[in-house]
Write a protein that binds this ligand. Sequence first.
Ligand code: NCD
Length: 442
Amino acid sequence: MTTYLLRGAAPLGGAPTDLLLADGRIAATGADAASGADARTVTVDAEGLVALPGLVDLHTHLREPGREDAETVASGTRAAAAGGFTAVHAMANTSPVADTAGVVEQVWRLGRDAGWVDVLPVGAVSVGLAGTQLAELGAMAHSAARVRVFSDDGHCVHDPVLMRRALEYVKAFDGVIAQHAQEPRLTQGAQMHEGVVSAEVGLAGWPAVAEEAIIARDVLLAEHVGSRLHVCHLSTAGSVEIVRWAKARGIDVTAEVTPHHLLLTDGLARTYDPLYKVNPPLRTAEDVEALRAALADGTIDVVATDHAPHTREDKDCEWAAAAFGMTGLETALPVVATTMVETGRMTWAEVARVLSATPARIGRIDSGPLAQGRPLAVGEPANVTLVDPAARWTVDPRGLLSASTNTPFGGQELASRVVATFLRGRATVLEGAPVEPEAVTR
Ligand SMILES: NC(=O)N[C@@H](CC(=O)O)C(=O)O
């Protein structure tokens, strides 16, 4: 197998050094790296680049099985690698729903065979995402896919008894319930954030309280049963306050924010362009500021993409008829760099925390054969992402690799670019372009 010598990379913004990737691991650093190189070694000039541990996404929609016209495991994970990811959690709202050991194993196998990133299937909480009957959580946890994250994402687990049972059940295998916090009655027919802009454009509003009421209930339930709760795509200033309160109380809760909620606001609905229609909706500038502050101070633990590819038929129509969702795997890191690093709110080491180490810990993939996200130390798995922090680029939707083109960032200038990605020492991206995997053996 080819080995790689990354010359002059700065691990987490530290002093530049050399890294030797061999046999799937970081084999050597510093002067030892160059002396360990041999005839199999390809040298990568990494001068001026930041070396991050491979990125881990807690929230990706890969659409397979069922909607392969929007994305497949292969196309979505190829886009993920281009975005610097080495692992993604694949959401359960597929068709059929990933609510059995059979479906999660299928998705896991498709990911393994594609070879771009580790695919960690998320299991549904309820059968068919219907919110009435608990799915086979234990069978999914003990399957080959080793599911640890369970979510009805796209739907809220709104029945408090079902939520309580799910939180209790996953304690047996150290799982976590990732809640899509959306009170269904308060959001019936809702199209966008409820506020000044929704009144102006005449679209049905989605009040912040519909998210906040569920988060408040769930942190109390998590406390009551002593279990682990993760809040998906938190989007309001009020939600931040509730999570801050819960953490101060010692409740085992973590929260994610999406890149689009860190950058975009509900004012974009004035365009009536469904590219900006997403669940939860884009909020106000005050919410965006609260989310950035909460990510910087650790109240929000991770950035997760909520990559939600949709076909032209489902997106290129009038607002009310369009699907909720936007793609995000290939723009996530640049959006975080633009909103958090360029603004001086976070260092690259903190970016590694919110896009790699902490999501790996929440998904319980930070140990064992899928070890991810540890500092780039000798002996650790060689999951490495090289980023050019000085690059600036303008997003061209046609230049992205996802099978769907519903990015809200087309035409936007963003900071930083992924130059290379290595999955267990194998290059999946070099010079910004994907490297097709030969038959993957592991
Ligand atoms: N986030 C989104 O806007 N869409 C998600 C599911 C969802 O509605 O949350 C999708 O699967 O398309």
